[in-house]
Design a protein around this ligand. Sequence first.
Ligand code: WT7
Length: 678
Amino acid sequence: MEQKTDLSEAEIAVHWQEEGYYQPSTSFIAQANLTDPDIFKRFSVDNFPECFKEFADLLTWFKYWEKTLDTSNAPFWRWFVGGRINASYNCVDRHLEKYRNKAAIHFVPELEHEPVQHVTYQELYVRVNEMAALLRNLCGLKTGDRVTLHMPMVPELPITMLACARIGVIHSQVFSGFSGKACADRIVDSGSRVLITMDGYYRSGTMQDQKEKADIAVKDAAAEGYKVDTVLIWQRYPGKYSSPQKLVEGRDVIVNDALKHYRGARIEPEHMPAEAPLFLMYTSGTTGKPKGCQHSTGGYLAYVTWTSKNIQDIHPEDVYWCMADIGWITGHSYIVYGPLALGASSVIYEGVPTYPDPGRPWRIAEELGVNIFHTSPTAIRALRRAGPDEPQKYNFRFKHMTTVGEPVEPEVWRWYYEHVGKGAAVIVDTWWQTENGGFLCSTIPALNPMKPGSAGPALPGIYPVIYDDDGNEIPRGANRAGNICIRNPWPGIFQTVWGDPDRFVRQYYERYNKKKGSTDWRDWPYFAGDGAMQPPDGYYRILGRIDDVINVAGHRLGTKEIESAALTVPEVVEAAVVPVPDEVKGRVPDLYVALKHGIKASRELEEKIAKAVITEISPIARPRKVWIVPDMPKTRSGKIMRRVLAAVSSGKDAGDVSTLANPEVVAELRKLAEQTKV
Ligand code: WT7
């Protein structure tokens, strides 16, 4: 088989020792939502799929559903068939009776002297309705239309998402840090005629020009033959336009001005079928183009609500802060939909965690009384490095903390536990993916002890299996890694890849499908694309991606995407990307390029190539280093041997190079590495 880029990913976990357990405190258990030890019995495979009624019953249905799971068109699962529901109603309207005057959102601007904005459920209701009226009346949007959002971390983002959901419009939020070009690709793929953005936002203390990216996005979409009719622009400071870019006549609309015409408007929430798509979320996969993961309304919302309640332990009284970005699935599920469906108060922070100093998150926690905190290993590493003693200077107390996105090193876990959690908070390490809607593996906080570095057992109703390459099950305790799959469908699983159902089947279900055309779910294990192992205690340990995807700071970046960005530079003829371990981000890409005949390597050219990656994708894809090499190490069949490049990048032995067509290149690469000393 071809070499895999996961070698260095897997290393971290395989070299870990077995860790000891930590117990949840009695005070946490006393207040926890889920303490019933029979939970796993209730969700045993004999009770599948009816056990998921418990998830659906956390929601308010306009029309109750008739069938729990329809498998007749496997693997295109349909959950809660016949039900009618609206996500905006469930996250807003239904809380008005009890929580009208309670904060739904605490918005913390990055500039510390700007006051926190507290958006009550009543205010959220008013603003979502007015925005829904604008989308329907001004833009003519209707049920089933797609709209692309390219918005920063501000309350207007969930307001826009919920306004879309209210009228059955499918939102596709693109991470604000992505380039205009990346936004254009997603506009074209989703078929959005409307783009919604904001003029600017703060990052590391400077105002970013987001409107400029909208202009590029529309232009690049046009170059692909696609026309955007309307660009809606929110103002970061209502009443003041903060971008230097001119408005385009007939195309650009300032939302804050236009909304004045819809003051007091009320829009009945559409009664959407349970399986109507709620949103698209683009993610990187094995082949070049990002995939639009299509998530459902009923199944998705039921899944994130139950997991928010029982794994995040969110009660309506809690102040919950997930420090992710709403532009990723974590933010959709665990800043917006899950917490708001439960009537909680969800914190939205505009900026960088370490701005203006690494004490910032702890001041926010202190000021708002945050008691549930959710973040990624990358952020934990960065905060630990920048200010290991900061947390103890502030008077906050978390009952519960989450980590998500990549494996967390036990050392880092212990700092999180002792310093951030102050030895009192429970930690859940939640494993899942953009495609999954919500958590798949995690401890249940009041029931299972914690083990640093392990995601924990599968959630109730989730039955994982680890297969080897030939489809044999690797049993628990075998001390071997394999491909982790989920045997059964669950309500949060995405419905399809937008516009490409074949790819959905090919990439996620074909690998271990037992019988073509079968309508029995048992024949369709979901292939996650992660390596994993399961020690005797059953706690899954996730080793990382097994495909050509690099997990940078918890975000999947397609190596092919980065390589094609490099190839937009005319001097470049070949490009290969490999992951390198990084103290803070977990992994970062190193980019190897070969140049056209006769072109000489230079610093300027390296810069130009790095810049191309940033413009095509985003600064998060920025290569640690651009290596201009005389030749790529290749197999006899002409494939670039990334394993060798990865070894050079991380200063390790390249191993067996006997299958290389040009083994002499290895020595040349080594010499290059020594000269540049990275
Ligand atoms: C990939 C999914 C949905 C979470 C945000 C990232 C890795 C995720 C863990 C964890 C070890 C993890 C996997 C997965 N991953 N959580 N707790 N421990 N690895 O979503 O961008 O779709 O990436 O992140 O490799 O496949 P994503």
